[in-house]
Design a protein. Structure first.
Length: 340
């Protein structure tokens, strides 16, 4: 299915989210694609509890809190999110619009594409298990795109972070059997999620093992069991047909490097009036762009998003006049925001 919108945004971090707000003030609709399973980008994935001190008007805010505030701010504009998907290809349509195709097969067509991908795409770290490549995409998965695809499966989730705990909780009702494996009885996840997981385990709805995954067993990419190891218990074979490892993420430019954009040391060169790349209709805001005097700060990205939106309007609405308005005094804008 092909989806149509005004602006397609690659990246749902703080800059991509604020771009939704600036575009929404101009009545431009947005779809966002992000490889993570939630909004926030680096802020929520790498340092959700780390304090940030240089956001105007917020003396101190965590990455998670900033993301939650931005999500509240963009709510009136009803953005459409495509999480757990990577923007895999970019092509031009006969009518001049752009088409983004994700690795999940989603196609988004828009006259404007905004790359707000930070340092690049988050790519799951592959566990150091011999032969795991043969199982990837068949019985080893690094993300959950559709929960129903895991219905009735005997699932082993490996990891101790937020993603591992969240998906343990969410998949427990649909799995035939689910086991969470972590190398220690301590987690890098929200305490309420840890408590919820332990509650499920205490009622026998999931299993929790303190162990490490050492080997995979199966044929033709189909898993039948894994070898688990614990220093006190030794090694044993654990039957399962699905492995979902959450071993963290690394940042790589990924398919963006193949989009045919003018890159400078893996960054997209832009002008400072519109933050448009050398390819008309393709913009870059936030850490992914470069220009003389560039500062890699969230507040700089917010400024870039505002100027980008002004030019995006001219591309998306070539026959309409742009009237600059202030949210403090415009009843029209306040109505859009639901505060009039």
């Amino acid at each position: 299915m092909t989806l149509e919108t005004d602006v397609a945004i690659i990246g749902a971090g703080p800059i991509g989210l604020f771009a939704v707000f600036e575009l929404g003030l101009l009545d431009l609709k947005a779809h966002l694609v992000d490889i993570l399973d939630r909004p926030g980008g680096q802020c929520t994935e790498l340092y959700p509890e780390k304090p940030i001190y240089d956001i105007p008007g917020l003396p101190i805010v965590t990455g998670q809190e900033l993301t939650e505030r931005l999500m509240e701010q963009v709510k009136p504009f009803k953005p459409i999110f495509h999480f757990s998907q990577m923007a895999a290809a970019l092509s031009k349509e006969p009518d001049g619009r752009w088409k983004i195709t994700t690795d999940a097969g989603t196609e988004i067509v828009a006259p404007v594409v905004v790359v707000a991908a930070g340092g690049g795409s988050f790519v799951p770290k592959r566990p150091p298990i011999a032969g795991i490549e043969a199982y990837e995409g068949k019985s080893v998965h690094y993300a959950v795109r559709k929960m129903d695809a895991f219905r009735g499966k005997n699932i082993l989730i490996a990891g101790g972070g937020d993603s591992a705990l969240d998906w343990t909780i969410n998949l427990a009702p649909v799995a035939a059997k689910l086991t969470l494996v972590h190398h220690r009885d301590g987690f890098r996840a929200a305490q309420h999620s840890v408590n919820q997981m332990r509650e499920l385990a205490s009622h026998g709805k999931i299993n929790f093992e303190i162990a490490s995954v050492k080997a995979l067993h199966g044929d033709d990419g189909r898993l039948r069991a894994v070898t688990l190891a614990n220093p006190g218990k030794g090694e044993w074979e654990h039957a399962c047909d699905t492995l979902i490892p959450f071993f963290g993420l690394t940042i790589k430019l990924g398919p963006i490097a193949e989009f045919g954009l003018n890159l400078t040391e893996n960054l997209i060169a832009v002008d400072t009036a519109k933050f448009q790349s050398t390819t008309p209709g393709i913009f870059a805001i936030g850490d992914i762009n470069t220009y003389p005097g560039k500062l890699k700060l969230i507040l700089s990205g917010f400024h870039e998003a505002a100027l980008m939106a002004q030019e995006a309007f001219h591309i998306c609405r070539p026959n309409e006049k742009l009237r600059f308005q202030y949210t403090t005094s415009s009843s029209n804008l306040q109505k859009k925001l639901g505060v009039a």
